[in-house]
Unconditional design. Sequence first.
Length: 404
Amino acid sequence: MAITGTTVAQRVRRIKPSPSTAAAQRVRELKAQGLDILDLTVGEPDFDTPDHVKAAAIEAIRQGDTKYTPVNGTPQLRAAIVQKLRERHGLDYPADRIAVGGGAKQVIFLALMATLDEGDEVIVPAPYWVSYPDMVLANDGTPVVVDCPEADGFKLTPRRLESAITDRTRWVILNAPSNPTGAAYTTAELKELAAVLLAHPHVQVLTDEIYDEIWYEPGEVPSLAAVEPRLTDRVFLTNGVSKSYAMTGWRIGYGAGPAELVGAVNALQSQISSCPSSISQAAATAALAGDQTFVRECVAVYRGRRDLTVKLVEDIPGLSCTPPSGGFYAFVNCTGVQGKRTPAGEEIHSDEDFGRYLLESQQVAVIHGAAYGSPGYFRISFATSTDVLTEACERIARACADLS
């Protein structure tokens, strides 16, 4: 692949564009053509950012807080993050162990950039968020994808973890609640994984907890760093304000972990973007430290949508869905329709075929499971209205009924 006057680096050649971004762009193109596309690909809340958060940003502008901030965030934001981690998990991190970046995605990328050398391995449980393997490849690492089947709750088991660890393993990524499955680990399950990790002191753990407050089970989602304190210095906990507070466009994420790693992340950011947006940091501070009613109300709405989506999917012959425990996605098993033929006589060989069939025949956009490392599934986002979800599932049911 060549660009006029230069050649693209190998690290770029190794990666592919985000499937979720590509799906969203395809939906925009089809809508621009006048098609009535029901979009179930969107990975962001359909709620507006809370008013008190927007007000904090406006006030920051009025006060002239529009300059560079420290690389790792304003003292106010870091204090809010520290307090949040203490209240949710009983974790105490000093300010020098907090990194703030332009979204949790950037913080994760910088952590991998700071630690991976050529040949280093990163264990990525599948189904996985679409960006993990390519982030590893972009930073000269080798993703080691470990299949975590639905029979195991889409979760990494101690046996599978032990089998995947080698002398070159640098990281294992744990995303809970998961995108795309909504699965999360219990305290007992984390203790079992921790027992394996304690026997392999060269392995670090990157926990992506961006959906941790969108949770439907009793209590709160446990965090590995809190469950096993002996691993605290080997865990890099990442989170942000995008999902819980409907702030995807504000681009603020954070990480908490060992001081050496946080220092490396900050050093990289100092050369890449200097610091996150000062205005967004003021808004994030208000979100984390302010009234949490918004989060609770959103979760109640998501729970209703989850229940509706799962019921409607389970009523469609050939499809099934394990109810997600958190997040706002349903990961639908479509192996029951594979091998069938469309009215045009085309055979459904894969989840990708089924996704194209839904888009072309019923104008319903989903993301196929192969994009998440788990063929035979597709992902539905229920971060949209109940009317859209109901109509989309009715269209999917019609599509399935037309197969023979």
